[in-house]
Write a new protein. Sequence first.
Length: 143
Amino acid sequence: MPSPSQSWTDYKLRWNPDDYGGVDVLYVPSDTIWLPDIVLYNNADGNYQVTIMTKAKLSYNGTVEWAPPAIYKSMCQIDVEFFPFDRQQCEMKFGSWTYGGLEVDLIHKDEHLQEETIEMVEGVDGPVQESVWIVNEGLWISY
C-alpha cells in the first residue's frame, strides 16, 4: 500500500516568497507543526502511532503535504468458499481520533472513486449523523 499522503491548508504558515529571497517551499520536521491525527479505526493490533515522523513540505500559500510511511494491519472476515477464485472485500475505516466530521473532512485524492453517504455513529451525547466517504476501489494484493 502506498504511503498515505495527506495535504491541508494552514493559513498561519503562509508567506510572501519575495520577502524571503524567492523561497517558496520549505521542508520542516513534522513534529514542529500541527498534524491531523488520522488513524485506522478498525486496526488489528491497537497501534495508532505514526512510527517515523518524516518531514512535511510547506508551500508559501499555506499548503502542507505530509506522507509518513505506514503499515496498516486490519482485520477482515475471509470467505474461501470459491478458493482459489475468491475475492475478498475488506473495510478500512480511517478518521480523525480527535476531530469530528464537521472539523476534518477526509477526501480521497481520486475524488471520482468515492461517494458520500450519511451514517449513524455513536457520539458523546448519543447517536449522531455523520457524513462518510466510501471508496469502492482499492488495491489488488496477491501473494
